[in-house]
Design a protein around this ligand. Sequence first.
Ligand SMILES: Cc1cc2nc3c(=O)[nH]c(=O)nc-3n(C[C@H](O)[C@H](O)[C@H](O)COP(=O)(O)O)c2cc1C
Length: 253
Amino acid sequence: MLRAPAGLPAPDKPPATAQGPPETLSAMTRILVLLAHPQLESSSVARALVEATLAVRTTRKADRADRTSTTRPDPMGPYTAGPNTTELRDLYTLYPDYLIDVAAEQAVLVGVDLLVWLHPIHWYGMPPLMKLWLDEVFAFGWAYGPGGHALRGTDLWLVTSTGGPESSYRGDGYNRYFFDAFLPPYEQTANLAGMRFLPPLVLHGAHRADAAELARHAAVYAERLDTYPHWPELDEIEAGTACDVPADARPAD
Ligand SMILES: Cc1cc2nc3c(=O)[nH]c(=O)nc-3n(C[C@H](O)[C@H](O)[C@H](O)COP(=O)(O)O)c2cc1C
């Protein structure tokens, strides 16, 4: 079940259940924010984004009546977005024992339009519980392989932060590679599951970000959640590369 991340107010809406989201939400664009931060209480970036997520969940814009068009507006003009609903799942609160309820996680994912992975970069990748979630939830025959179509067509958006400043992610910096060099495992995971990998939102140099920078970052994130799928660049982003994994790619049970 959904619980508020430590130190944050309780979510206002009931969680999606193993039977799927409430009926009234089925026609809406569904956004699921999957949060994985092992120490949220000492976080600044993820905490700011969690608060922004909760705010987006509760305060829909007053001009909702004008935001029902399904046609994409002039990219230079104001955003027009259809109604959407945003859910937040905090993996470290849900599964402090690392015993992931795979069936519940899979049920919540069905019908999600935008899956957000919100986590700090740890050792050039995702924190361990997020990785375990991926190992178990993105199962052969469910997320990929024969019959594994559950996530086909879902958009995947990585929202992350690094301790290293952008200048460290260069050939002459101490991280030696551009940050993009660490993204292929994410992108190919999306491809294998038939998902589309959207351009990540990354805050570099997290420890040096002051309150104003954090607020700006959170505002960009919130605007994105609020206006999905009407992002100016989405039309240009093609669906992921189809990857057919044959049945014999995995040992029989
Ligand atoms: C175990 C661990 C591993 C980390 N690995 C990296 C890394 O590979 N690259 C990097 O730039 N920062 C790394 N960091 C720094 C985190 O990315 C940084 O603390 C985080 O983005 C800050 O976000 P927060 O305020 O939400 O905690 C690591 C931090 C921890 C605790």
